[in-house]
Ligand binder design. Structure first.
Ligand code: PRX
Length: 658
């Protein structure tokens, strides 16, 4: 961790010089949903009442008996209560004056768009729910979902939630093998997929990948296939396993009674990377999750009834689950979803969408902002962005320069920026400004949400004073927290709750400044954050050593101007294999094929040896020093210190240090 600590110290020093402060304007504060600072105090004093009061606005089938049952690390929220998440997100709005209000605005690749009102969404969801039932899916059965960003994706999620079948969404950019691993871990009974997805005018072959995955996934009995790209992709239907969406769902009945779900019944599983090669199935349950996502959505984005809200994430990640689907829809909000990429058909695409729909709230990732910065202000300047009122960021630390660019060029210096810190595991935003209350500082996620208690600890678990860096932990349970790792409760306890007993260890470094503001400093474990995507170094290493030419591999995250981190791989080859540029290319593609394009290494560096300790452990921190062009850290524990010095020289000679 020494090199990470050094990189974090540097970020910290730079941030300590950050003194700019942006308080909310009087005008914004006056109209904000949450504008009474007393809310923090009240939540601190009686956190259970704080959440219980807000839970009153959900529709319950049976009211809870007890707000919280906390036996660390096991939490139960709204014990004894029953509700249905989809009823709360769709049906109750469809039965109200919101019936004809847009629930989902879908903007596809150029030329394609669709609006689903709450009334229409209710019917679609019911059809899909009935279709799943007709395939034998019952409460508790897992449904795997592998689709592109089309409206049928949220429809499928909501249909699963309606009948109480936990969904497990696998991001459409993942490979067949990644899909297979996740399906098998969850033992999914049904897979919902599409023939393909559009990406920059090209087709991503989803069904072909799904077929390959299913060759080793015997739990899946039926596959529903949405036709999205038609004759643009080969799509071999395997009868009787495979059924077309338009044959099954479109013809199903459009009424479906919601399943009464216990507060603690599983809503979904979502896989994320941890510090081993095996992805973890993060388990979220019903009532607390629904409450946590909807309350934070309303408070942090200051959502109003007539707003068009756009979160640019993919529903394959937690941001899409919580802040495209569940949070916004629970609030009866119009949620825009976008199928395409940043620059197709041109680099003004985002701003054209903002202008087309009059987007009021935009929630995106720092990596996107840094890309826009590179493209220059002409692109946003060509479009009318005056509808924007609140801007959000998520997924990785935002550097003050990118924050300022966003503030000036997109927010036109009038929109508050909410930098929201959270994780797949936390389910909901935990550290963020409240736009009507918090004076923001560029680069800081500011303060824990009311009712959330966060601390920064040193190695030994002692609180670090203002200005010092340390480990970010959460000291109290919160409603949307994950409840376990699917099939591995022991890992839940060991990985998150035993480093600092009774406290949730986030895996992030942070510091708190003299004003009590939190500054996130990046991961302190072997997880990389590449363009806001979480990837474990071990996953990439396993993919590399799976290649015939590779003897050993060590992978590290390396600072990247746009992506936050890039992936650097150090590889030793098997005897008799010759290093070449062609082989480098092949290895990069091999990883992309094994895991997905998001894990493709930026650099592959061949070496005859890797630096190891006397007990044969690869010293990744020294590889980080090399990749970042830093002075080498402590090398005294190395078996052969000469190896690392030579490696550093070679690496620099190849021009791989920025
Ligand atoms: O390191 C933190 C970073 O993203 C990690 C969580 O990744 P994931 O589970 O994929 O969820 C991403 C979207 C919620 C965290 O451990 N991270 C997320 N948001 C921020 C952040 N780092 C700094 N600032 C943020 N706002």
């Amino acid at each position: 961790m020494a090199n990470k600590a050094q990189a974090q110290r540097e970020r910290l020093e730079a941030l300590l010089e950050e003194t700019r402060l942006y308080p909310p304007t009087q005008e914004f504060r006056k109209q904000a949903n949450w504008n009474d600072a007393f809310v923090y105090e009240r939540a601190r004093k009686d956190v259970e009442s704080f959440w219980a009061e807000r839970a009153e606005s959900l529709a319950w089938i049976k009211r809870w008996d007890k707000v919280l049952d906390w036996k660390p690390p096991a939490a139960k929220w709204f014990v004894g209560g029953k509700l249905n998440v989809t009823y709360n997100c769709v049906d109750r709005h469809a039965a109200s004056t919101r019936r004809d209000k847009a629930a989902i605005i879908w903007e596809g690749e150029p030329g394609d768009s669709r609006v689903l009102t709450f009334g229409a969404l209710e019917r679609e969801v019911n059809r899909c729910a009935n279709a799943l039932k007709s395939l034998g899916v019952k409460k508790g059965d897992r449904v795997a979902v592998y689709m592109g960003m089309t409206p049928e994706l949220p429809v499928t999620l909501l249909a699963c939630a309606k009948i109480g079948a936990p969904h497990s969404v696998v991001f459409g950019g993942f490979s067949a093998e990644s899909l297979r691993e996740r399906i098998n871990d969850a033992q999914a009974k049904v897979l919902v997929t599409a023939d393909g997805a559009w990406r920059r005018g090209n087709v991503v072959l989803l069904k072909a990948n799904a077929d390959e995955a299913l060759r080793g996934a015997p739990s899946v009995e039926k596959v529903i296939v949405l036709r999205r790209v038609g004759d643009k992709a080969p799509c071999a239907m395997q009868r009787p396993r495979d059924l077309w969406w338009h044959d099954l769902v479109d013809k199903a009945q459009d009424q479906c009674a919601p399943e009464a779900m216990d507060s603690e019944d599983v809503l979904y599983i979502l896989y994320t990377s941890g510090t081993t090669g095996k992805p973890k199935g993060v388990v979220h349950t019903s009532a607390g999750y629904l409450l946590g996502t909807s309350v934070t959505h309303r408070a942090i984005f200051d959502v109003k009834e007539s707003d068009v809200y756009w979160c640019t994430a993919d529903i394959g990640w937690v941001t899409g689950h919580s802040y495209i689907v569940y949070g916004p829809l629970a609030n009866g909000c119009t949620s825009l979803m976008y199928e395409g990429s940043l620059d197709y058909p041109d680099r003004g695409r985002f701003w054209q969408i903002v202008a087309k729909y009059g987007v009021n709230i935009l929630y995106t990732a720092p990596t996107a902002i840094r890309t826009f910065m590179r493209w220059g202000t002409d692109w946003p300047n060509q479009h009318d962005l005056s509808s924007l009122r609140v801007l959000g960021t998520v997924g990785e630390p935002i550097n003050p320069e990118a924050w300022m660019w966003y503030h000036k060029n997109i927010g036109r210096e009038r929109c508050p920026i909410v930098d929201t810190w959270w994780q797949t595991e936390t389910g909901m935003i935990l550290i963020s400004p409240l736009p009507g209350l918090t004076a923001t500082k560029p680069g800081s996620a500011t303060k824990p949400f009311p009712g959330i208690e966060a601390e920064v600890l040193d190695e030994r678990g002692r609180p670090v004073g203002p200005g010092g860096g340390g480990y970010l932990v959460l000291t109290r349970p919160w409603p949307a927290m994950f409840r376990t790792i699917y099939g591995d409760p022991e890992r839940y306890e060991r990985q998150y709750w035993s480093r600092f007993p009774g406290k949730y260890f986030t895996g992030d470094g942070a510091k708190v400044d003299a004003d009590g503001y939190f500054w996130l400093l990046g991961r302190v474990d072997d997880v990389m954050n590449v363009s806001g995507h979480r990837i474990s170094t071990f996953e990439v290493e396993s993919a590399l050593v799976d290649h015939d030419a590779v003897a050993e591999a060590a992978v590290i995250g390396k600072t990247h101007e746009v992506k936050g981190q890039g992936i650097a791989a150090f590889v030793t080859l098997k005897e008799g294999v010759t290093a070449s540029d062609k082989l480098k290319h092949e290895l990069r593609e091999h990883v992309a094929r094994k895991i997905g394009a998001l894990a493709r290494p930026d650099d592959v560096f061949f070496t005859l040896e890797l630096p190891k300790t006397r007990s044969a452990k690869i010293m990744r921190r020294l590889l980080r020093d090399i990749a970042e062009g830093q002075v080498l850290g402590d090398t005294t524990t190395l078996a052969d210190p000469g190896v690392v010095a030579k490696l550093k020289t070679q690496y620099e000679e190849e021009g791989l240090v920025d």
